[in-house]
Design a protein around this ligand. Structure first.
Ligand code: NAG
Ligand code: NAG
Ligand code: NAG
Length: 436
């Protein structure tokens, strides 16, 4: 039997950081990512059955994407403000200010701004820890209106009175943060790694539409735009980061690696161009050429290979494909699996499920990106529901994702994935991520 994914135990990750500073000034360090379904995560609900957990995960995935639906995505002005906040598939701990104050935030590769709730606060969502208090930090500084970041984007603006740079960032689901754009020292692992004068949002007017825990106090944007953590660290981390995601059943830790620590090695490293679309400046796009199922290749109907047609995202669980392409994919898959019977009573939001029979042989499935064949295993594409005696495809048509194709995090499990912003490529290497 192939090792399909079934969630019961998730992962718990300690917050430790390892760091190496090198003479060139480029650094390598890593931060632990905390999976939200981990037994020790603030979101863990022990009462859920494994099936409930999978369904919730899948629903969350859709939900995250639908957040972008409330705004008109075709309108550029609006778009710059529309972000998909993935409300916490992965969290990260960091420290802010001098002396440093610990914060737990959502790690989001689909948005840019780093922000935390600040005092004094007009409207903040409840949090267990005290709000961040700028006046208690010796390294805090307000950004002025005429500073470069303030003039470079339409989420920042100058008030009628005063010289503070204000920001307002509205997420697609109605979640929002407003406040003052500031600079601060940001540290990882207490004080082992410090980045002074990091631009962040001091949020005094914040709303999480779907708050998940009082322990989360903000979002760390890891997206492609200029104010994300990775963009700001820039040269210092060689414009690179990587991760190696674990199956949900694992209890080992996941590291988000930066700079010199990221480089992935070993046999089977493949790379594909990283494409930034100016209309969606936060997203990391790749170009999917087609999918091979067994001996058959299903080609994406496309003319321009330099165009990104699929987002790679850390926070989205499932994979989403263009509707027609998805249907052809399922047809081929059904054929390759030799499945005649499909289930009708399938759990929402899944679309294609079949009985879990012992004689199922999974075909070889390859996602073919420009220049990179990524061989996926059954655990990357299917969920097994033991109690329902059913297997469901963890891929859905992209109308759930409002027209975006997304290469989700389940598909990336047990791959080292490196984003090289400067080299403009994303690399994949199959790995046992519990050993990374
Ligand atoms: C930042 O601006 C606020 C609001 O005007 C002010 O109260 C605070 O003293 C300023 N902080 C610093 C360090 O300049
Ligand atoms: C870190 O990266 C820089 C630039 O790529 C390289 O020159 C240096 O040798 C690397 N250091 C380590 C310890 O890998
Ligand atoms: C698999 O086994 C089931 C009975 O468990 C049978 O109905 C089906 O035809 C078998 N499929 C294949 C492809 O052998």
């Amino acid at each position: 039997m192939h090792p399909l994914v079934f969630l019961s135990l998730a992962l718990y990750l300690l917050s430790t950081v390892s760091s190496r500073e090198v003479s060139e000034g480029q650094r390598g360090f890593s931060i632990d990512l905390i999976h939200r379904d981990s037994p020790l995560s603030p979101f863990y609900k022990p009462s859920l059955t494994p099936s409930d957990r999978i369904i919730n995960t899948a629903l969350r995935s859709i939900y995250q994407l639908n957040r972008a639906s409330h705004s008109d995505l075709n309108e550029k002005k609006t778009l710059e403000r529309v972000r998909i906040p993935n409300h916490g598939e992965y969290l990260m701990r960091f420290y802010i200010g001098t002396p440093p104050v610990e914060r737990l935030a959502i790690a989001d590769t689909a948005s840019d701004l780093i922000w935390v709730q600040c005092s004094p606060c007009e409207t903040c969502f409840p949090q267990d820890t005290p709000l961040f208090e700028p006046h208690k930090s010796s390294t805090f500084a307000n950004l002025s209106c005429d500073s470069q970041p303030c003039t470079s984007s339409n989420i920042y603006y100058c008030p009628l009175v005063g010289n503070l740079c204000l920001y307002t960032n509205t997420y697609g689901d109605g979640s929002s943060t407003k406040g003052v754009l500031c600079t601060e020292s940001i540290h990882f692992g207490s004080q082992t790694v410090t980045f002074p004068k990091t631009i962040f949002g001091c949020g005094s007017n914040n709303d999480f539409m779907h708050q998940i825990s009082n322990k989360v106090t903000g979002i760390v944007g890891l997206g492609a735009g200029p104010l994300s953590l990775v963009s700001q660290l820039g040269d210092q981390i060689g414009h690179k980061f990587s991760y190696c995601l674990l199956p949900f059943t694992s209890t080992s830790t996941i590291k988000l690696k930066f700079g010199n620590d990221t480089t992935i090695t070993g046999n089977g490293v493949v790379s594909t161009p990283l494409i930034i679309d100016p209309h969606y400046p936060s997203y990391y796009f790749l170009h999917l050429v087609g999918i091979t199922i067994g001996q058959k290749m299903l080609q994406v109907r496309t003319t321009d290979h330099t165009n990104g047609n699929i987002i790679i995202d850390l926070g989205t669980v499932l994979t989403y494909l263009e509707v027609n392409f998805y249907h052809n994919f399922v047809t081929l898959l059904r054929e390759a699996l030799g499945i005649s019977e499909t289930k009708d009573d399938i759990p929402y939001p899944f679309d294609f499920c079949f009985p879990n029979q012992a004689n199922i042989t999974f075909p070889k499935i390859v996602f073919q990106f420009t220049g990179a064949k990524v061989f996926l295993s059954p655990k990357n594409l299917f969920f097994r529901f033991d109690d329902l005696n059913m297997i469901c495809l963890a891929v859905l048509p992209d109308f759930y994702a409002k027209g975006f194709s997304v290469f989700g995090n389940l598909a990336q499990v047990d791959f080292q994935v490196e984003y090289d912003r400067k080299g403009k490529k994303v690399s994949f290497a199959p790995a046992d991520c519990s050993k990374n």
